[in-house]
Design a protein around this ligand. Structure first.
Ligand code: ADP
Length: 462
């Protein structure tokens, strides 16, 4: 429970309080919480993230050869589930689903650890597996009830998974979902009827062991989602392990993660024994499609003038401008609005649904410029973004080093989907060294431009 009580969704103002930097600094340093970015991605994602990579099998059960499927019809799925899949608009399995679904639906059940980036279809995959494993008849105790239990790191992520169950399970009228999340009051000691229980580890622990709502011995499928976020949120991994340890030996364990660093791998191996391990490598972000330039500007006003000159010379679809602090972002938004630009601003004090709404509007082209602070540097895949502007270069905490990863992720917002993008960075003369370090690190060229040389700016179009 402790981890839930301290959950990020409840007390954002408290989270702010623990840091001692002045407010302005804080925005610059604060990175989006992984659970927040995951939720944001889920709220704004409308389609699959495609990858050109193949799924790798890292560990396999030699006694049961793997197969992959190319269509949902090849799977042993009930008709109602196929209907649910079609209703959800899925025509064919995603790459990770091609491999994961036959493993998850196999008899005897097999354990699986799967890693692929956010948006590649993991949730839909394990939801299908859960729905397929529970049968409506099992609602009644005389048929030896079996349940699926699914753990998510936060309340909101648990609800998102529940939404997917409800969408894909639309035609499975008798299958019901319960949410073991804080604040969801259910009568003490009455075993739950719902066959799928989704929740956060603290409340689930409570429901299983203190309140007697879930009989862990009846769990047939255990899903641990977002394992990489779990291990970074205090207490959640221990709580998950406590639940997992109490499950019956023949319970099928499924673990999903968007990343697979050593700590995640070790945690996954601890929770899921004898597992098949599959992994979809992420397509690398590259700078090859992106022309990069920098301007030397000594003040905010000079930076703004340079930005206006770019606007005067280059045809811009949509632009994302990254600022270092909330104050500079607000200043810039006000200046641009005054000059008649349609501007939206994305900063840390907004809730995740508010951020999702802003990104959605931007996607629809309602605003042409999106001003963002470090929060949200990732995840905004907006196809029509033609330019990215670093109003300040991202730096490491020590400030004398560029933050290379953030630079790549910011710039990588443009030049995607095979299109050409342009990135501009504004730097003070004392920071030109940062530009050279970036060039060296990525083995790339960042060309200096004179912000007042309109002819040169106009030539950028070609
Ligand atoms: P992940 O859990 O890896 O983040 P999701 O399962 O949430 O990915 O899927 C990402 C998006 O792709 C969702 O909008 C989902 O509805 C959609 N999606 C999932 N599987 C398919 C599929 N086979 N075909 C088309 N869209 C899919």
């Amino acid at each position: 429970m402790a981890a839930e009580r301290g959950g990020w969704w409840e007390r954002p103002q408290h989270r702010r309080g623990w840091r001692e930097e002045p407010e302005e600094e804080e925005e610059e340093q604060r990175r989006e919480h992984p659970a927040e970015s995951s939720l944001l991605n889920k709220l704004i994602r409308m389609s699959l993230v495609e990858s050109s990579q193949k799924v790798e099998i890292l560990q396999q059960d030699p006694s049961s050869p793997l197969c992959s499927i190319k269509s949902f019809e090849q799977l042993p799925l009930k008709e109602e589930l196929l209907q649910g899949i079609y209703m959800a608009g899925f025509n064919r399995p995603s790459k990770i689903q091609e491999q994961a679904l036959p493993i998850m639906l196999a008899y005897p059940p097999q354990n699986l650890i799967a890693q692929s980036q956010s948006g590649t279809g993991k949730t839909a995959a394990f939801v299908l597996a859960m729905l397929s494993r529970v049968s409506a008849a099992e609602k009644y105790p005389q048929f030896s009830p079996s349940k699926c239990l699914c753990l998510a790191p936060t309340y909101e992520l648990a609800l998102q998974t529940g939404n997917v169950v409800e969408t894909i399970g639309k035609f499975c009228a008798d299958i019901k979902v319960a949410y073991a999340v804080q604040g969801n009051r259910v009568p003490q000691g009455v075993a739950l009827e719902e066959q799928i229980v989704i929740g956060t580890p603290g409340t689930m622990l409570d429901w299983c062991f203190k309140r007697g709502l879930v009989d862990v011995k009846k769990i047939k499928v255990f899903v641990l989602d977002e394992a990489d976020i779990m291990i970074n949120m205090q207490g959640l991994s221990c709580q998950s392990i406590r639940i997992q340890k109490a499950l019956p030996k023949d319970c099928q364990m499924l673990l999903f993660s968007a990343t697979f660093k050593e700590a995640v791998r070790a945690f996954a191996m601890r929770i899921v024994s004898n597992a098949i391990v599959i992994k979809l490598r992420e397509d690398e972000l590259t700078l090859s499609n992106i022309r990069q330039y920098f301007f030397i500007c000594e003040s905010q006003e000079e930076k703004y003038r340079a930005l206006c000159n770019i606007y005067g010379c280059v045809t811009i679809g949509q632009a994302v401008v990254f600022c270092q602090t909330r104050r500079s972002a607000s200043w810039l938004a006000a200046e641009m609005s005054q000059d008649g630009h349609q501007v939206a601003m994305l900063t840390a004090e907004l809730t995740v649904p508010q951020r999702a709404n802003i990104i959605q509007r931007f996607r629809e082209g309602k605003e042409k410029v999106l001003i963002v602070t470090n929060v949200c540097a990732r995840g905004i895949d907006v196809q029509q973004v033609t330019i990215v502007v670093n109003f300040s270069l991202p730096t490491s905490r020590r400030r004398n080093e560029p933050d290379f990863e953030t630079y790549l992720h910011r710039i990588g917002r443009t030049g995607r989907f095979g299109k050409k993008g342009i990135a501009f960075s504004m730097v003070e003369s004392c920071n030109v060294g940062l530009v050279h370090k970036i060039e060296e690190y990525f083995q790339t060229k960042i060309k200096e431009l004179d912000p007042d040389d309109m002819d040169e700016l106009e030539r950028l179009e070609n």
